[in-house]
Design a protein around this ligand. Sequence first.
Ligand SMILES: [Fe+2]
Length: 374
Amino acid sequence: MQASVTPHAELRPETPDRLLAVRALTEALAAPLSDADATVQSMPDASPAKWHLAHTSWFFETFVLRDVPRYRTFDPAFSYLFNSYYEAEGPRHARVHRGLITRPSLERVLAYREHVTEALADAWPALSPAARELVELGCQHEEQHQELLLTDALKPAMWERGRAPPLSLATSAWIEGRSGLVDIGHAPPGFAFDCETPRHAVYLAPHALASRLVSNADWDAFIADGGYREPRHWLSDGWAWVQREGIEAPLYWDAEGSQFGLDGLRPRDPAAPVTHISLFEADAYASWAGARLPTEAEWESAAAALDPATGQFLDGPGAVRPHGHGLFGATRPHEPIRPSAQTCSPGSAPSAAPSPHAGSTIAAGPSCSSRSPR
Ligand SMILES: [Fe+2]
């Protein structure tokens, strides 16, 4: 099994290199899993690793290979098992019961993958431009499932603990975003999902974005200041969730200062970006910090100014860990790296730093109107 792949490298369009790289990375991500690991389903909304492995192959088989002369369907029963929600492709196994698919085995699913990958590679020279676009769609789809495969993984560590050099915590500053009429959405050429088009104009009120992500140290301060015990920071449903579930910290944090990840339990790095928080928690933090969450349009407008080719990608198997900078490009002092969960309210003057005290006089923005009664 290939363990080092480069799906984002410059690949020649006249060859199926990108396809082969994407397929190999999916298999490398699943390599640490046993048949049992790959079969269980962590929750009704998640899918077993085996299902991700098979479904991404079903996609290519259904939308590309069935139009290839002399292609032999691997197993007709797989269409029922591994169709996700494509109504036109017939009935399918319910998602909530995907964890009951004990057969085919992981070994047979991997054989299915090999069958499909080889058929695509063999067919590649004769594929029409339209069919190659479908292959690209299949690659983008499979990359989405790579992300799901990692987020759906169960608690046992998938990889040995890797070396994680401590990060340094940069001072956060406010960076003014573009305002007025701004174009967002996909600008051809290049791949885009249908929900990313058409390109259109939106109006952005004056705002500013924090220059770095919210860190574990920032979150410790939120907790120490009673962030999880103060209803005025929370949306009504969020506060109900905190009360009902007894939420006191991000998922996978423990009281001893450790955090679970794909490489097991390890000490939390204060400078690392906080992870595994819900929208309710992010919104409450922003409220506590005297700010609000950025809108999608504000966020996209800032991200579009960066070079996506130098961002942080899933280029190989192993424990995935955001490093807090370079998500969209290398660290550049006077440009936004990635907007964090902090944005000044429209019309408010940005403060020098996103501290709860400096920002406490900023009026709540429109998104804060439905918070719990104070
Ligand atoms: Fe899918």
